[in-house]
Design a protein around this ligand. Structure first.
Ligand SMILES: *[C@@H]1O[C@H](CO)[C@@H](O)[C@H](O)[C@H]1NC(C)=O
Ligand SMILES: *[C@@H]1O[C@H](CO)[C@@H](O)[C@H](O)[C@H]1NC(C)=O
Ligand SMILES: *[C@@H]1O[C@H](CO)[C@@H](O)[C@H](O)[C@H]1NC(C)=O
Ligand SMILES: *[C@@H]1O[C@H](CO)[C@@H](O)[C@H](O)[C@H]1NC(C)=O
Ligand SMILES: *[C@@H]1O[C@H](CO)[C@@H](O)[C@H](O)[C@H]1NC(C)=O
Ligand SMILES: *[C@@H]1O[C@H](CO)[C@@H](O)[C@H](O)[C@H]1NC(C)=O
Ligand SMILES: *[C@@H]1O[C@H](CO)[C@@H](O)[C@H](O)[C@H]1NC(C)=O
Ligand SMILES: *[C@@H]1O[C@H](CO)[C@@H](O)[C@H](O)[C@H]1NC(C)=O
Ligand SMILES: *[C@@H]1O[C@H](CO)[C@@H](O)[C@H](O)[C@H]1NC(C)=O
Ligand SMILES: *[C@@H]1O[C@H](CO)[C@@H](O)[C@H](O)[C@H]1NC(C)=O
Ligand SMILES: *[C@@H]1O[C@H](CO)[C@@H](O)[C@H](O)[C@H]1NC(C)=O
Ligand SMILES: *[C@@H]1O[C@H](CO)[C@@H](O)[C@H](O)[C@H]1NC(C)=O
Length: 637
């Protein structure tokens, strides 16, 4: 009552001064209502019901996408579980909750930022964990454990800054988890949930995560950290403590876990030792939204509720965490001849691959500020594939490998079979030179993903692909990609970038110059039908992409080799999952497919296509396309 009278007076004062009055402050019930309204609008597929700031930023699984797309098309009903964290002081509210998406259960985390001055929502950050098992666990629980919701008397609370610094100790301890660390910041009674599953003090002999270890989950929080088991998390970066619920002594944090793939053994737990699961053969990044309940005057971690989903390795945060990542290379004093001709480009490409296999750039002619990217994310030289690549097929020696060169743009490309530990992949590599030094190295790596024991090597939480890579080999790369073209030694970019990708977007080959006998392989699998019929979506077998894929954006020619008549290209294809067609419901997940392709052209027509498909979160954009803002902006579906 007092507050509202005070508000009325200050609003009056503001009006007198000719200003817009500020809305009343939003307390816990007000913030909880905001979350309810948000979720109701989400399943109604109607963002216009919300009080939105004009420049509201909407993020889904770390991707900035237009509000109203993605989950806004597929969320069907609300689940029972709802755990809300309120931070009235900062106008922040977060929730860990459950939904169904095209009828399939998911864990959904959302954070809303409400501007005090306008009362409008300026940030919407969501994380979708597509784990139907986790959904079921949460639905059974139905409400958060009561300890989370108990208010703590003002005199018994530890202040905001300490809530944050105590929580940060958790991440500092997990990063490269040192068994000799001091983990006394855990409460003796600490327990943790991971995607709805309790993973501490378990008595059911369940194995932990992707591993076969059945002892880890039997330990308490502190004892777990004392094993060093979590050392396969090599970095916990971009830590944000966005929602601090002081009254309940809780923190909702958003962080990014990198697993760079170099850790090869899990330490012994209760005398049992395990090899690292094959899932960690390759670099992986997980985005985590994680809540902490602290207790006592020392602010020990008492409860942890974590949810996570996989994003591409090195994924940048969509919201600034105040960390700087300098990802431009230092360069070397070496250089090569400028301009570098075809033979020179071929040699340099081989040298780059050899340097990656050795994780040693010192012998390369690198420009100051050289940039390296992997699957669209900039990384430091020496990170990612530089640490995990163990084999790359050799052009002219191995079946599945080819080199491409374009001396006119000082660009060279490689396409070949690779191996990281036991995991095969296809690497599409581009290097670009400026003044005899390499200024850009771009790697696209599509790995074989198998559904083996303990979750196999499939990207966590991704739906099945239209065409999966089956087995280890892809057979031989067609000889037409390795040999010079018989005629028409030009590659009109208009054909590839416009006609071919437009055809893919419109599911129509009408304007695509395919030779009648053109064949196409996706993930090493070839259909009997010709390229045109396949693009038109004839037949009932997988046609490379779903019939209902949408916009084909971020279209780029990586290398155009005029002698070979081959263009190595890549694009992002959005699959909004709005129309089911013949697609099962578990595949009805908003997605973006990154599709590196080799396109062979003879006399101006396309005669062969070799394509790979990598699943990306919906709306994924390559770092190389950012900045060319108009080409990267998602169109509404
Ligand atoms: C949920 O509870 C029901 C009834 O107790 C039980 O049958 C089911 O197995 C539980 N599901 C999960 C995922 O725990
Ligand atoms: C561990 O840290 C706590 C809190 O900072 C401190 O009181 C304790 O002495 C430390 N233990 C050791 C063994 O260093
Ligand atoms: C736990 O399960 C594993 C594998 O299923 C088994 O080898 C082990 O003996 C079990 N341990 C206990 C304590 O039951
Ligand atoms: C692992 O060791 C701890 C502590 O000694 C014990 O409480 C727990 O039961 C053990 N777990 C298994 C699966 O043996
Ligand atoms: C886990 O156990 C399964 C089945 O026993 C086995 O195939 C797999 O290789 C094991 N994984 C690891 C990482 O030990
Ligand atoms: C490159 O050359 C400059 C000037 O000669 C020298 O100062 C610098 O140390 C050299 N850098 C490396 C990495 O060799
Ligand atoms: C790879 O090289 C980078 C950069 O020099 C270095 O930081 C990293 O530790 C190296 N990794 C391995 C496994 O040698
Ligand atoms: C990868 O992780 C290992 C183990 O923590 C570390 O030694 C190495 O420096 C990391 N690599 C990079 C590039 O940070
Ligand atoms: C391309 O045109 C040349 C000259 O007209 C012809 O010899 C060659 O067979 C053609 N190539 C294909 C694949 O049609
Ligand atoms: C694609 O669409 C065509 C025409 O609507 C239909 O005949 C075909 O079955 C669809 N193919 C797939 C794989 O959904
Ligand atoms: C292919 O063409 C290039 C020049 O465009 C030439 O240097 C190379 O020798 C040719 N390769 C073969 C196998 O004919
Ligand atoms: C990009 O979009 C903006 C506004 O949407 C427009 O003003 C600008 O002209 C566009 N630039 C290009 C190169 O198309």
């Amino acid at each position: 009552m007092k507050a509202s009278i005070h508000f009325a007076i200050s609003a009056l004062a503001a009006l007198t001064a000719g200003q817009t009055p500020s809305p009343p402050p939003c307390d816990r019930p007000c913030l909880e209502t905001l979350v309810s309204d948000y979720l109701t609008a989400l399943i109604a597929h109607d963002p216009s019901r919300l009080p939105l700031a004009p420049d509201v930023k909407y993020v889904e699984n770390s991707q900035i996408v237009p509000l109203g797309t993605g989950e806004w098309h597929v969320a069907t009903s609300l689940g029972r579980y709802r755990h809300i964290f309120s931070d009235p002081e900062n106008g922040q509210v977060g929730a860990i909750t459950t939904l169904t998406e095209n009828g399939v259960g998911i864990i959904y985390v959302v954070r809303l930022k409400r501007e005090a001055a306008s009362g409008l929502i300026s940030e919407i950050e969501s994380q979708i964990t597509r784990d139907a098992g986790g959904f079921a666990l949460y639905e059974n629980m139905s409400v958060p454990e009561s300890v989370w919701l108990q208010p703590v008397a003002v005199e018994d609370r530890i202040p905001r800054a300490k809530l944050i610094s105590q929580t940060d100790k958790y991440y500092a301890g997990m990063e490269r988890n040192d068994p000799r660390g001091n983990y006394s910041f855990f409460d003796r009674d600490c327990n943790r949930l991971e995607d709805g599953l309790q993973t501490t003090n378990q008595k059911n002999n369940a194995s932990y995560g992707h591993s076969n270890d059945t002892a880890f989950a039997s330990l308490g929080c502190e004892a777990q950290f004392q094993t060093g088991f979590l050392g396969f998390v090599t970095r916990v970066r971009d830590r944000r403590y966005a929602v601090v619920d002081e009254e309940r002594q809780a923190v909702l944090a958003m962080t990014i876990f990198d697993h760079n793939g170099t850790v090869r053994e899990l330490p012994s737990v209760n005398g049992t030792s395990n090899p690292i699961p094959p899932y960690f053969d390759v670099p992986r990044t997980l985005a985590a939204s994680e809540a902490f309940r602290l207790r006592g005057e020392e602010g020990k971690l008492w409860r942890i509720e974590m949810t996570l989903t996989e994003v591409p390795y090195g994924q940048r945060t969509a919201f600034d965490a105040g960390e700087t990542h300098d990802l431009s290379g230092r360069g070397t004093n070496r250089s090569t001849s400028a301009p570098c001709d075809r033979a020179c480009l071929d040699t340099l490409l081989d040298n780059v691959l050899a340097a990656m296999l050795r994780n040693d750039t010192t012998s390369l002619p690198l420009a100051k500020g050289v940039r390296y990217s992997e699957n669209g994310q900039f990384l430091a030289l020496g990170d990612g594939l530089w640490e995990t690549l163990q084999h790359a097929a050799k052009p002219g020696v191995d079946d599945y490998a080819a080199r491409f060169a374009d001396p006119s743009t000082q660009t060279a490309g490689y396409w070949g079979l690779t191996r990281e530990q036991s995991t095969p992949g296809v690497l599409a590599l581009r290097i670009t030179l400026a003044n005899g030094q390499i200024s850009e190295i771009e790697a696209l790596s599509v790995r074989a993903e198998g559904t083996g024991a303990r979750g196999g090597t499939v990207t966590l939480m991704r739906p099945p692909l239209p065409v999966e890579w089956v087995g280890d080999s892809l057979g031989a790369l067609d000889a037409v990609f390795k040999t010079n073209s018989t005629g028409g030694a030009v590659i009109p970019p208009s054909v590839v970038l416009t006609a071919y990708f437009n055809g893919l977007e419109q599911h129509s080959s009408a304007d695509v110059p395919f030779t009648p006998s053109c064949t196409r392989r996706d993930m090493g699998r070839q259909l009997r039908m010709a390229c045109g019929a396949q693009m038109d979506g004839q037949g009932t077998t997988p046609n490379g992409l779903f019939n209902s894929t949408g916009v084909v954006r971020d279209r780029r020619v990586l290398v155009a080799d005029a002698s070979k008549g081959v263009a190595m290209v890549v694009a992002m294809v959005d699959y909004p999952a709005r129309v089911s067609g013949t697609v099962p419901r578990t595949q009805m997940v908003p997605s973006t497919y990154m599709i590196p392709q080799l396109i062979k052209m003879d006399n101006g027509t396309i005669s062969r296509v070799e394509g790979m498909i990598k699943w990306m979160p919906f709306g994924y954009t390559s770092a190389w396309a950012e900045g060319k803002s108009n080409s990267t902006r998602l169109r509404l579906h």
